[in-house]
Write a protein that binds this ligand. Sequence first.
Ligand code: NAP
Length: 227
Amino acid sequence: MIPKVILHIATSLDGRIRNFPADYELYYSLAARWNPDAILFGSETVLAAIRDNPSLEVPPEHEEMFRPPDGSPDPRPLLVIADSRGRVRCWDAIRKWPYMRDVLALCSLATPQEYLDYLAERKVGAIIAGDDRIDMRKALMDLSRQYGVNTVRIDSGGTLNSVLLQAGVVSEVSVLIHPFLAGGKPDPTMFDPVKAGFPDLQVFLTHLHTEVIGNGIVWVRYSVKES
Ligand SMILES: NC(=O)c1ccc[n+]([C@@H]2O[C@H](COP(=O)([O-])OP(=O)(O)OC[C@H]3O[C@@H](n4cnc5c(N)ncnc54)[C@H](OP(=O)(O)O)[C@@H]3O)[C@@H](O)[C@H]2O)c1
């Protein structure tokens, strides 16, 4: 079974997904409504977050206090990073980010053995799917079968979003449009099929819901039409 997959994206009114004052409290509180079993990050998103905020590489001082008491089921989602090229090298720190119960890597048959050994030494689980780049459909099926994941929220830029849309696995696109004109170059964007290697990809959407929240933020949700 393929889990339910939701793209949840914060943008400025001019479509930028970086360099604007996003309301992260709102972003994450809305994201929690889907009650995802896993959050899937693009490797570039993780690397950009650490470049922007190097303290993310430092374990939170009292992360143990975020852990539920021993013996009780841990309701937090699994943190999954798509990283076939072995670029994320701070899993010890990432594992200690609060709000996630454990970490998991998605890799492919082309992932260097040295990186798979690095993950194994750190007891980071890995799903291997695809010959060269990650086969997302297969990886999602393995997430469901091996880890009991029913719902996945995607936290990534336009590259991984496009790969997932091309694979036909996305159920919903949720966008929080902020009342801000960010300017700068339109890169990265929320949908970048050229970078993903599918330059002709276009996607029909069906409107589900629109709501104005907080200080003029528009939350708009669409389902993805099956092609
Ligand atoms: N505003 C928001 O809501 C929001 C949310 C998240 C991120 N962002 C921003 O988005 C930016 C990053 O976005 P991005 O688009 O550059 O990168 P990204 O989507 O985070 O990362 C690219 C991902 O796509 C995978 N990929 C690329 N081509 C593929 C293919 N053909 N088949 C399978 N997998 C493929 C890569 O896997 P490999 O590693 O295996 O190559 C990688 O995991 C950052 O600046 C971040 O701040 C904004």
